[in-house]
Design a protein around this ligand. Structure first.
Ligand code: B12
Ligand code: SF4
Ligand code: SF4
Length: 362
């Protein structure tokens, strides 16, 4: 097997499937160790036990695929409504930021409004690797997307896909940061790409300043315990009261640090219809979501990442959104009614919301 020939075939096939930007990194990821260790030592992973469980194994490619020698990185854009016009994109991002910071509509992160990306990307990469297999025969590989214990952003930076912004995410000068990353670990010695060495953040600190909970505790370091994405998706117990006001109406994830980033006007549209937003997640109504039974929640979120948090966390997040929204008699009555059917965890968040809604305004 000729690795260069396989690489050329693989890139062609990847482009055909809509996997536009790809690169290859070696498997030497040990440079990440000290920072990862420091992050873990400070407990910044919060309740994400999988981060502590794998610890420094994350930087050993053998954990993913014994004998791996190269890692192919893929960038998958996820915002369907973007286009190639920076001014129009900027207007779209400003509108999303206004929604995220407003007090009328719940906000679902842009990446989570369509089909669960894990499913879509795995399908596409399996398709891709099947074509390679058919043409070149047996080769060892393993597909990873988000949930595997690997430092994906650093792998992608090494593969030349972009630099790490001060918010820690990967940015490409022609594609911003509104994309997922995925990898194929393989035992095939593919030609290694040049790492992305330049950092184009310059003096900008927009993401650090815009973060509602000051989760970017140092340039390039996010304390997950403060991050709204963690609090609304990963943290399964009671959300600390100190963060509730700042969460606003963000009920699933947070995009503020990316929405203010000047590079995202260059973000590229999603190429797959799977990522088209599903009703009602593009423009949800708080009362509509509050009225859902568990069966309706499961039905409406079928095949979506949001379903993974389950009904209890969904209701918990909605309760916080209610506490931060415009008070109305209808909302107060609805919340009081909900208390008779929900779990203790949700009840505690509803009590907090009712206190906020009934507090006399200064
Ligand atoms: C855990 C996790 C989270 C946690 C912690 C986030 C964090 N920044 O660490 C939480 C739940 C908060 C989270 C939130 C989000 N996440 Co997340 N997350 C992950 C996950 C699973 C692991 C990341 C990790 O290892 N963190 C631990 C810390 C220690 O690692 P680190 O910050 O990356 O730092 C490492 C190195 O960069 C280096 N380092 C540390 N500091 C610095 C500073 C500089 C300047 C440099 C060069 C290096 C460096 O040392 C560390 C050791 O590896 C990855 C997928 C994966 N398997 O990698 C997705 C991933 C990073 N998340 C992703 C996304 C989309 C998000 C959200 C945007 C989702 C949302 N809209 O709500 C937010 C963004 C929040 C943010 N600003 O980070 C994407 C990012 C895509 C991209 N363009 O980069 C990923 C890659 C998933 C994917 N496959 O697409 N996430
Ligand atoms: S996702 Fe939101 S809370 Fe998390 S670092 Fe970015 S702006 Fe802050
Ligand atoms: S907002 Fe500014 S500092 Fe933050 S990642 Fe973007 S360019 Fe870098």
């Amino acid at each position: 097997m000729n690795a260069n020939e396989i690489w050329s075939w693989l890139t062609q096939q990847a482009n055909r499937l809509g996997l536009e930007c790809i690169g290859v990194s070696d498997t030497h990821l040990q440079a990440c160790e000290p920072k990862l260790q420091a992050w873990l030592n400070q407990g910044m992973q919060g309740e994400m036990q999988y981060m502590a469980k794998y610890g420094l194994d994350r930087v050993h490619a053998d954990t993913i695929l014994p004998g791996a020698v190269s890692i192919v990185s893929f960038r998958i854009n996820y915002v369907s409504k973007l286009n190639s016009q920076p001014e129009e994109n900027q207007a779209i991002l400003n509108e999303e930021l206004q929604k995220a910071c407003g007090n009328t509509q719940p906000f679902v992160s842009l990446y989570a409004r369509g089909r669960d990306y894990h499913k879509t990307i795995r399908q596409k990469l399996t398709q891709l690797m099947n074509t390679v297999h058919q043409r070149y025969g047996e080769l060892g590989y393993r597909i990873t997307i988000d949930s595997a214990p690997t430092p994906e952003v650093e792998i992608a930076r090494k593969a030349g896909l972009g630099w790490r912004g001060k918010h820690t995410l990967l940015i490409h000068p022609k594609a911003g940061s509104l994309f997922f990353l995925a990898e194929v670990f393989t035992n095939l010695p593919l030609p290694i790409s040049s790492p992305f060495e330049r950092n184009h953040c310059g003096n900008c600190t927009a993401c650090v300043r815009a973060c509602p909970t000051q989760a970017i505790v140092q340039e390039g370091v996010v304390d997950a315990r403060r991050c709204i994405s963690y609090l609304t998706i990963e943290h399964r117990s009671s959300i600390p009261v100190e963060f509730r006001p700042a969460i606003g109406l963000r009920i699933y994830g947070c995009d503020d640090c990316q929405l203010v980033c000047p590079w995202n006007k260059f973000a590229q549209p999603a190429l797959w219809a799977d990522f088209n937003p599903r009703a009602p997640f593009e423009s949800p109504s708080l009362t509509e979501l509050l009225n859902w039974s568990e069966a309706e929640f499961l039905k409406k979120t079928e095949g979506m990442a949001i379903r993974r948090i389950g009904f209890e966390m969904f209701q918990r997040n909605l309760a916080i959104a209610c506490g931060n929204s415009q008070p109305s008699v209808e909302l107060i009555v609805r919340l009081q009614h909900l208390k008779s059917t929900c779990s203790d965890l949700v009840k505690e968040h509803i009590d907090w919301a009712l206190q906020c809604l009934q507090k006399p305004k200064a």
